[in-house]
Design a protein around this ligand. Structure first.
Ligand code: ZN
Length: 345
């Protein structure tokens, strides 16, 4: 039996662990029936590493939509910097505790990722989803970089001082509102100088173009093809081409509302339509620029891909769709690992 290796562009397990309280987080990560990821199920599924997001959820009355198209969800209010920093710091603390307990390893560059995988420890790239916790002078960015932050999305859909995100709207393209602010452009430039990947997944079209103008490799860690599922969170053919042309990466989001052609969060048939997204993304971005971006612990999962232990089903579906073993290796882990080696040194 081939040894399965999966490297994944996005999960929200830190958010889930934080919601359960910092106490005992490492134990809950080792083995738990809750959510989509724990160490035991990661081993079953061949999950060897990925981007671990820190995320400050909306405060107050905002609730996520039921995803019954057509929908257009008003974005939550801007989040207070201090409140965001408190939540993000707590999640970073949980990651450090997991690292210290040896249940995963925080990796700062490609060599550390390779080392963790060789040692059979989960390789974690620390990601910040939405930059509310970052101050306009970028002191917090420096601090989190020193901690090991290596990937950042300037916005999670709701506006920040750095830019305007893409709302949850279906059907819709992503050409909605202004992009990055001047502060946002400075943030991207600083990320580029430090060696922090800039994630465009929750940016609108203008924000995506503003990031492209800075000359960085374009990355969308957890987004799908608009041509298959025409929601605002998914990428146009031109965006997918630009990702390939700049040597970037796009990660297939397993979240049902971003997969399904009708935009509904229904589990049935999700694996089949995932194959259509993958094929389309490979056609447009190129086979060296596509990977996974599961959204485990952050979105509802399709039938047959209920959690990290079910990842072999996704690989089997790729075999059945004649992806070929060399291409499967690229999509499952090699493309992300090669990209991290290039982007992070
Ligand atoms: Zn997200």
């Amino acid at each position: 039996m081939r040894e399965l290796k999966i490297f994944d562009g996005h999960n929200d397990v830190l958010l889930r662990l934080w919601k359960g309280g910092a106490e005992g987080a490492a134990e809950r990560f080792k083995s738990s029936d809750a959510g989509h990821i724990d160490l035991a199920r990661a081993r079953t599924g061949g999950f060897r590493g990925g981007f671990f997001a820190m995320f400050a959820p909306p405060q107050g009355a905002f609730t996520m939509p039921r995803f019954e198209p057509p929908y257009d969800v008003p974005l939550p209010e801007k989040l207070d910097h201090g409140a965001a920093l408190e939540m993000i710091t707590a999640q970073a603390g949980i990651l450090c505790a997991l690292d210290r307990a040896g249940v995963l390893r925080l990796c700062r560059n490609g060599a550390e990722v390779e080392g963790a995988i060789a040692d059979d420890v989960i390789a974690a790239i620390l990601h910040l989803e939405g930059a509310e916790a970052i101050d306009p002078d970028l002191a917090v960015l420096e601090m989190f970089y020193a901690l090991g932050l290596r990937s950042l999305g300037p916005v999670w859909s709701r506006p920040t001082i750095f830019g305007h995100g893409v709302p949850f709207r279906f059907p819709s393209d992503a050409d909605i509102g202004p992009g990055l602010t001047e502060a946002g452009k400075r943030l991207v430039a600083r990320c580029r100088a430090l060696g922090i990947i800039v994630d465009t997944s929750h940016l609108n079209l203008k924000g995506f173009e503003d990031v492209a103008d800075q000359g960085v490799a374009l990355v969308a860690t957890h987004s799908n093809a608009h041509a298959i599922s025409p929601g605002a969170r998914n990428l146009s053919d031109a965006q997918l081409r630009a990702i390939g042309q700049t040597g970037g990466m796009v990660g297939l989001n397993f979240g049902t509302m971003f997969l399904q052609e009708d935009g509904r969060a229904k589990p049935e048939g999700g694996l089949e339509v995932a194959m259509r997204h993958l094929s389309h993304m490979i056609d447009l971005a190129g086979e060296d620029h596509v990977g996974f971006g599961s959204d485990f612990d952050g979105a509802p999962m399709p039938e047959g891909l209920e959690d990290v232990a079910a990842l072999p089903n996704l690989v089997e579906a790729m075999r059945q769709h004649q992806f070929g073993e060399a291409l499967i290796v690229k999509i499952t882990h090699e493309n992300w690992r090669r990209f991290l080696g290039r982007a992070l040194g």
